[in-house]
Write a protein that binds this ligand. Sequence first.
Ligand code: GDP
Length: 220
Amino acid sequence: MTGDAVAPTFPFTPEAVEAARVMFARPVEFVMGAADVAQLPAPDLPEVAFAGRSNVGKSSLINALVGRSGLARASSAPGRTQQVNIFLLDERLRLVDLPGYGFAKAPKAEARKFQNLGRAYLSGRPNLKRVYLLIDARHGLKPQDVEAMDALDKAAVSYQLVLTKADKLRPAEAEAAAAQALAGVAKRGAAFPRVLLTSSEKGTGLAELRAEIAAACGLE
Ligand code: GDP
């Protein structure tokens, strides 16, 4: 359609991609970091959330999507992202940065606290349109990702896999990783049957992800 080799089944028109680009170029602001679901804003706008193992490239991806390098902060140490961080884009939708999971160095009790917060968020947000589950393209689905998918399937929350750091693989390897990830969600009820291949560093797949988010939020 747009000659994009990364996502040959990409279903959006060039107009939809452009509209999403414009929306993501609009003002974005940090709303709050919530340590408890009781602090979350009223569920009055569509939301999409980003989840994944620590260091998967979540902060980089959120920053790249909105073109603001310092917005979401990288979790270089356990404890940096213990909160659900909420951003408001174009006064129309919220981007939600969930705590990264699987930090081996985090104390057990702390790790459990992140998990509980993430789970409470995921099962209690009626305005949550989709969760983007980020997977490092080089590593594929890990046991903690499978656990996260189990929780999402159980809560019947729509989710989509996004492979990150695609630039670290050769194109054919990246395609194979995407195919493998897609096969990994084939039988999962709440998984969206399309996997996106992205690189925050090179900008790969960002236009597609913006269009996916706009469509998931009914903002095409
Ligand atoms: P987070 O812990 O999931 O928020 O991950 P970060 O966004 O902090 O990224 C973790 C590390 O991966 C950092 O060193 C980033 O520079 C690196 N990284 C993130 N995205 C990419 C990418 O698209 N390509 C490459 N090559 N490195 C990336």
